[in-house]
Design a protein around this ligand. Structure first.
Ligand code: GAR
Length: 208
């Protein structure tokens, strides 16, 4: 049988993207398996979901500075990941900029989902930024993580229309549905060894 790619997911909140990835990985033909969920926040809904699914969890205190992480927490996550032979780290609503050892060692093997069509509307509240700007289409992007904020090479994007009567909630819900398709698809492509980073571009091998 072919080797399954070992995945760790990092989350801070509700965990619906974690769930989408973990459920896809339960499919016997899926080339990846979620070995570990790491949260920075003991109240994260993702924790409960992982427990229900029988997935190992860890809570890592990333320090008091919002959006940032301490060097010690990065070391700790790196240790947790390497001890489990993690090959891919997925940020799924992890609301801190990853830096330090974890990024140094996993760059090129760490991906993130962002609720906007990058390079537009980086950072927080991508959906609100898109609405406020008045774009007619938005969506989501899965990209490799680099030291910047939502700046790494883009793996795939899915587009949704913005309706005249949308508010942040309705647009976010439409985008989230696409996130739940895009993220497992990106994990699958990575696990199949089909992604090549070439400068800013990601080549998808054998794309039909
Ligand atoms: C998702 O919409 C994700 O794209 C976004 O947080 C939400 C997490 O939801 N991430 C960011 O905004 C990162 N900049 P979830 O916890 O249900 O997966």
């Amino acid at each position: 049988m072919r080797h399954s790619c070992n995945v760790a997911v990092l989350a801070s909140g509700r965990g619906s993207n974690f769930k989408a990835i973990a459920e896809a990985c339960r499919n016997e033909n899926f080339p990846a398996v979620v070995r570990l969920l790491i949260v920075d926040n003991p109240d994260a809904g993702a924790l409960r979901l992982a427990e229900e699914m029988g997935i190992e969890t860890a809570i890592v205190d990333c320090g008091p500075k919002r959006g940032s992480m301490t060097p010690e927490s990065s070391e700790e996550m790196y240790r947790l990941a390497t001890e489990r032979d993690i090959e891919l780290v997925c940020l799924a609503g992890f609301m801190r900029i990853v830096k330090g050892r974890l990024l140094d060692e996993y760059q090129g093997r760490m991906i993130n989902i962002h609720p906007a069509l990058l390079p537009s509307f980086k950072g927080l509240q991508g959906q609100k930024q898109a609405l406020d700007y008045g774009v007619r289409y938005s969506g989501c992007s899965v990209h490799f993580v680099d030291p910047g904020v939502d700046t790494g090479p883009i793996i795939l994007q899915r587009v949704v229309p913005v309706h005249q009567d949308d508010d942040e909630e309705s647009l976010s819900a439409r985008i989230l549905k696409e996130e739940h398709k895009a993220y497992p698809e990106a994990v699958r492509l990575f696990a199949e060894g089909r992604l090549r980073i070439e400068g800013r571009r990601v080549r998808v091998l054998d794309e039909t």
